[in-house]
Design a protein around this ligand. Structure first.
Ligand code: WTA
Length: 663
C-alpha cells in the first residue's frame, strides 16, 4: 500500500509567500456574532474537549429528536467503533423541513435556484415540504424502503435537493454521484452499493453546455440489470430513449392523483445510515464513505450556524456542487436544518462572463459566500474590473474550502471581493469528517491569510512527526485527530467488519484518525494546511486518486504502464502529470496524448484528464520494483536540479531520459 510519504511532506512544506498582516474581526461583526470573541471561543473549546459528553449533550438540541439519546457517545478508534447519541431517534428530512413549518419560516425561502441561463425559481419551506413529500411517495410506490441505496445522478437543480431529502424522509440511503462523472464511474458507484433505483435528468446544463446524463445512465446500467427503476427529470427537453417498464418521468410521477398524501417521516435510529458518498483515496477504487443520521446532522447544523454566523435573515450561497461533500453538508443538511435560505447555482463562475458570481450576489443580495480557492484564483486572473462592476454591498462574510488558499488569492478575495472589510473563513475538512474541523470563527478569530485558524469545538487535532511524536511549533508533520466528533464517517460501504476503514484511517498511527494531510501549527496555535501527503491529488478542489488515473490510462491496450503525480498549477492548485510507457517496441502514434486524455475522460471524468502526458521507455523503479514517485514529482514540478539519491534505482539511466523529455 502506498501511503505515508515523508518526501512529499518535505516538498509540501512550501514557504508560502508569507503575508504578515493580521486581520482581527471587525468590531461590528464581533458584537452581533454567535461567538463573540476569542475568550468565548477558548472557554467553550476548553469545555468541549474536557467534557465532550456534557458539551455535545447540550448542543444536540440543535436538532429535534423524537426520542432523546440514552448515551452521548461510545467511541473506540482502535477497533474502530464510533457511535453518537445512542438510542436517539430522529429524521433528517423532518429536521430540514417539517419542523420549520410551525413558525415564521414556513413562508421563508428555503432554496433559491438560479439556472445556467439566469432563470430563478424559489421554494419556500412550505413548497419544499410539498415537493419532498410528493417525491417520497413516488419512491415508496417504486418499492423503496428504509436502508435501500438510491443513486442520484443530477446536475445542480432543485430536484437534486428534493430527491436527497425524499430519500432521507423514507429512510433510504442516498448515493449522489457528481454529474461530471462518466458512465463507467457511475456504474462503479451504482454497483458497489447495489443500488436499484437511479434518479437522473435528460441532460444537465453547465456553462452553456449540456451533459448527456440520461445517456450516461443508460450506458452505466446497460449491463447491470439490477437497476429496476430510473426516474428522469426533464431539464432541457432533449430527446432521450426511455426503456419501457424501467424509466419514467419525474413530472409524471409527481402528478399521480394519490401522490399528495402525507408521507410520515420514517423514524430513524441516530446511527442509521443517511448517505454514502464515494471519494478517492490513495489506493484502489473510490470508496463509499458512510455517514449516519444523528451525529452528522448535529455536527453540520452546529458548524454551519457558528462558522458562517448564520442569522435567519441571511442568504447563504455555497457554490459547491452537491455531488461533493461540501454540497451535502453545507447546501443541504447544515443550512436546511438551521432553517436557512440557500442559493443554489447550476452554472459556472465564468459563464456567460467572468462576473457571474458577483452578478448573482447582487441580484439576490447574498450575505454569505462560500467558494473554493480554485474559483478565486481563476476569477482573479480576469482582473478586478469584473468584480468592481458590482456593488457586493450585501455580503458580510466570505468562506473558502477544498484546498489550501495561497495568501495572494486570500488577499484578493479580502480586498477586491470583501472590500477589505469582510472576514474570511478558510475551512478545512474532508468527506470523511462530515463537517468543518479546522476554521476561523468570524467574530472571534484574528485572521492570517493562508491559515485555517483553530479547531472547531470538540475537535482535537495533532500534528505528528514520522515517528509519531508531536511536531514542534512550525515544524510540520502529519495531521491526525485524536478522539471522535459527531460528524466523523462510520465506515465505508461494503465493509461491515470495518477492516478497510481501520486500514485506511486508523492504522498509520494506531488509535488516531489519519487525515492524509500535512500541516504545521505556528507559535500562536494556528493551523496551516499543506495539502495531501498521500497519493491523492487535489485538482481544482476535486479529490482524485493517482491510482485511479493510472488505471484509467493503463486500460488503453497500447499502454503498458503509467505513473501519475501532481505538480503546482497556478489556477488548479495541482495539475495532473502522467508518465506513460507504451507497449514494448511501440512508437508513439500521432495525437496519442489526446487519445489517452479521452480515455481518462471516458473511464473517470473530464476533471481527471492529465494536463501533461510524457511518454517514456521506463519509470524510475527500485530494485524491488517500487516506483519512486519522489523523482517523478520533482521532474513534473521542474525541480530537476535536485533529484536526490537515484543510486538505489534498478536502472538510473531512465532518469536522464525523463529529465530530457520533460513537458
Ligand atoms: C483538502 C472537501 C487546505 C485537504 C471538503 C483534504 C483543504 C481534502 C481545505 C478533502 C482547506 C479541504 N485548506 N486543504 N481549507 N479544505 N482541503 O474530501 O487536502 O473533497 O484532505 O472534502 O481537501 O477533500 P474532500
Amino acid at each position: 500500500m502506498r501511503q505515508k510519504n515523508p518526501e512529499k511532506m518535505a516538498e509540501t512544506i512550501k514557504v508560502l509567500t508569507e503575508e504578515k498582516r493580521l486581520f482581527p474581526p471587525p468590531q461590528e461583526f464581533k458584537e452581533s456574532a454567535h461567538i463573540k470573541g476569542m475568550e468565548e471561543y477558548t472557554a467553550l473549546y476548553k469545555e468541549s474537549v474536557e467534557d465532550p459528553e456534557g458539551f455535545w449533550d447540550r448542543m444536540a438540541g440543535i436538532v429535534d429528536w423524537t426520542k432523546k439519546w440514552d448515551k452521548v457517545f461510545e467511541c473506540d478508534f482502535e477497533k474502530p467503533e464510533i457511535k453518537w447519541f445512542l438510542g436517539g431517534r430522529l429524521n433528517a428530512a423532518y429536521n430540514c423541513i417539517d419542523r420549520h413549518l410551525k413558525g415564521f419560516r414556513r413562508n421563508k425561502a428555503a432554496l433559491i435556484w438560479e439556472s445556467d441561463e439566469g432563470e430563478v425559481k424559489t421554494y419556500t419551506y412550505q413548497q419544499l415540504s410539498r415537493e419532498v413529500n410528493r417525491f417520497a411517495n413516488v419512491l415508496k410506490k417504486k418499492g423503496a424502503t428504509k436502508g435501500d441505496r438510491i443513486t442520484i445522478y443530477l446536475s445542480m437543480i432543485p430536484e437534486l435537493v428534493i430527491a436527497a431529502l425524499a430519500c432521507a424522509r423514507i429512510g433510504a440511503i442516498h448515493n449522489v454521484v457528481f454529474g461530471g462523472f462518466s458512465s463507467a464511474s457511475l456504474r462503479e458507484r451504482i454497483s458497489d452499493c447495489a443500488s436499484n433505483l437511479v434518479i437522473t435528468a435528460d441532460e444537465g446544463v453547465r456553462g452553456g453546455k449540456s451533459v448527456p446524463l440520461k445517456r450516461n445512465t443508460d450506458e452505466a446500467i446497460a449491463d447491470y440489470p439490477c437497476v429496476e427503476n430510473v426516474i428522469v427529470v426533464k431539464r432541457t427537453g432533449a430527446g432521450v430513449s426511455m426503456t419501457e417498464g424501467r424509466d419514467t418521468w419525474w413530472h409524471e410521477e409527481i402528478s399521480e392523483p394519490d401522490i399528495e398524501e402525507i408521507s410520515e417521516p420514517e423514524e430513524m435510529d441516530s446511527e442509521d445510515p443517511l448517505f454514502i458518498l464515494y471519494t478517492s483515496g490513495s489506493t484502489g477504487k473510490p470508496k463509499g464513505v458512510l455517514h449516519t443520521t444523528g451525529g452528522y446532522l448535529v455536527y453540520t447544523a452546529l458548524s454551519f450556524k457558528w462558522i458562517f454566523d448564520y442569522k435567519d435573515e441571511d442568504i447563504f450561497f455555497c457554490t459547491a456542487d452537491i455531488g461533493w461533500i461540501t454540497g451535502h453538508s453545507y447546501v443541504i443538511y447544515g443550512p436546511l436544518a438551521c432553517g436557512a435560505t440557500c442559493l443554489i447555482f447550476e452554472g459556472t463562475p465564468t459563464y456567460p462572463e467572468p462576473d457571474r458570481f458577483w452578478e448573482i450576489v447582487d441580484k439576490h443580495r447574498v450575505n454569505i459566500l462560500y467558494t473554493a480557492p480554485t474559483a478565486i484564483r481563476a476569477l482573479m486572473r480576469y482582473g478586478d474590473e469584473w468584480v468592481k462592476k458590482h456593488s457586493l454591498a450585501s455580503l458580510r462574510l466570505l468562506g473558502t474550502v477544498g484546498e489550501p488558499i495561497n495568501p495572494k488569492a486570500w488577499m484578493w478575495y479580502h480586498e477586491v471581493v470583501g472590500k477589505g472589510r469582510l472576514p474570511i473563513v478558510d475551512t478545512w475538512w474532508q468527506t470523511e469528517t462530515g463537517g468543518i474541523l479546522i476554521t476561523p470563527l468570524p467574530g472571534a478569530t484574528t485572521l492570517k491569510p493562508g491559515s485555517a485558524g483553530r479547531p472547531f469545538f470538540g475537535v482535537k487535532p495533532l500534528v505528528l512527526t514520522k515517528e509519531g511524536k508531536e511536531a514542534g511549533s512550525n515544524e510540520g508533520g502529519y495531521l491526525v485527530i485524536e478522539d471522535s466528533w459527531p460528524g466523523i464517517l462510520r465506515g465505508t460501504y461494503g465493509d461491515p467488519e470495518k477492516k478497510r476503514m481501520k486500514e485506511l484511517y486508523f492504522s498509520h498511527f494506531p488509535g488516531l484518525f489519519f487525515t492524509g494531510d500535512g500541516a504545521r501549527i505556528d507559535g500562536d496555535g494556528d493551523y496551516w494546511l499543506m495539502g495531501r501527503i498521500d497519493d491523492v491529488l487535489n485538482v481544482s478542489g476535486h479529490r482524485l486518486g493517482t491510482a485511479e488515473i493510472e488505471s484509467a490510462l493503463a486500460s488503453h491496450l497500447d499502454v503498458s504502464e503509467a505513473a501519475v503525480v501532481g505538480y503546482p498549477h497556478e489556477v488548479k492548485g495541482e495539475g495532473i502529470y502522467a508518465f506513460v510507457v507504451l507497449r514494448e517496441g511501440m512508437e508513439v502514434p500521432g495525437g496519442f496524448e489526446k487519445t489517452l486524455g479521452g480515455q481518462v475522460k471516458k473511464v473517470i471524468s473530464p476533471i481527471a484528464r492529465p494536463d501533461k502526458i510524457q511518454f517514456t521507455t521506463g519509470l524510475p523503479k527500485t530494485r524491488s520494483g517500487k516506483i519512486m514517485r519522489r523523482i517523478l514529482r520533482k521532474i513534473a514540478g521542474g525541480r530537476t536540479e535536485d533529484l536526490g539519491d537515484v543510486s538505489t534505482l534498478a536502472d538510473p539511466s531512465v532518469v536522464d531520459e525523463l529529465v530530457k523529455g520533460r513537458k
